[in-house]
Write a protein that binds this ligand. Structure first.
Ligand code: FUB
Length: 329
């Protein structure tokens, strides 16, 4: 892959900045926003006015989701991005073995926390005084481990955080079963029971699980990759509805962080990738959808790249579905 190889030399630098000479829009870099390595599962957070995007990291020769570390990129103008390098690796958790999957980050009480899934069954917490690290294991053991906590559901992956307006921290996660729990202010233990999040169809029936390996015949079906944000008093719960070419990022809305949520429809239309993991965030008075595609690798779903596009809402607060853009010729 020419683009990738040509820029591979840049990856030797732990910290670098990169910008695109002629972006199609002066407002942001073309997609994907990182081209010198593969990145996936973006968590986009604004800390002290700067946008930080934490990602998982698909290896150049990946033939599966065998990732080993998490990376960080940041910007203050959506055009020039700084590569902060790998901010945490599986080895930094003494108890983790494999599968460094989708991260989320949060600032709380003056510290920065990463919530990191490993082993397709555990979630750990890392903490730092700065958004870019150094991060250390905050607990010394997983916060969530379905070997010892069967109530954590079938596959506790893909953590997502919300700090509500009253300061309460909430943790969401889960593949096929969306889960929620209140966190203790230390962010290193739970402050309430693990509950399955209720997402209802407009008819009032709970949405089903998504169907693995099939094009979504269940548009509202819960697959994985949850994220949550609050806008004008409403909670928006965003998730992926499956694992196939037609997989769509969808959302449900609710009036409380614990739901119930009601399915509304697509956030964005399918992309060139069987996993469709995204997160909505606001930066400098604009809303964006952060997601990944396999455009840079020519369609290899194990070698993904983080992208971002603007997102808007209608007058009723409904998301106007986004068609992703690609800067790859
Ligand atoms: O990146 C590994 C897994 O693929 C994530 O945990 C899922 O959300 C999907 O993007």
């Amino acid at each position: 892959m020419k683009t990738h190889l040509a820029l591979a030399a840049l990856s030797l630098l732990t910290v670098s900045t990169f910008a695109f000479a002629a972006p199609p829009s002066p407002m942001k870099a073309p997609n994907p926003i990182v081209r010198h390595r593969f990145t996936a599962d973006p968590s986009a957070r604004v800390f002290d006015g700067r946008l930080y995007v934490y990602t998982s990291h698909d290896r150049d020769d990946a033939t599966g989701y065998d990732m080993i570390d998490w990376w960080l990129f940041s910007t203050d103008d959506m055009v020039t991005w700084k590569d902060h390098g790998a901010v945490f690796t599986l080895k930094d958790f003494a108890w983790a073995g494999k599968k460094a999957w989708a991260p989320d980050a949060i600032a709380y009480n003056g510290k920065y926390y990463l919530f990191l899934p490993t082993d397709q069954s555990k979630i750990g917490v890392a903490v730092s005084d700065k958004p870019y690290g150094p991060f250390v294991d905050a607990i010394g053991a997983p916060l969530i481990d379905n070997a010892t906590m069967p109530e954590a559901g079938v596959e506790p992956i893909d953590p997502a955080l919300l700090v509500d307006d009253d300061g309460t921290p909430w943790l969401y996660f889960g593949c096929r079963q969306p889960m929620v729990a209140k966190l203790d202010p230390s962010l290193t233990k739970l402050a309430g029971p693990l509950q399955q999040l209720v997402i209802l169809n407009p008819s009032g029936e709970p949405v089903p699980q998504a169907m693995p390996g099939k094009d979504p015949q269940r548009p509202a079906g819960y697959g994985e990759g949850p994220s949550i944000f609050k806008r004008e008093g409403c909670y928006y719960f965003v998730y992926s509805n499956g694992w196939a070419t037609g997989t769509t990022l969808v959302y449900a809305m609710g009036k409380s962080p614990t739901g119930p949520f009601t399915f509304k429809g697509p956030v964005m239309f399918p992309v060139n990738c069987s996993t469709h993991h995204g997160m909505v965030g606001e930066f400098q008075d604009k809303w964006y959808i952060f997601y990944h595609t396999a455009d840079l690798s020519g369609g290899n779903g194990y070698r993904r790249s983080v992208c971002v596009d603007e997102l808007t809402f209608d007058q009723d607060g409904r998301i106007i579905p986004v068609k992703g853009t690609s800067g790859i010729q």
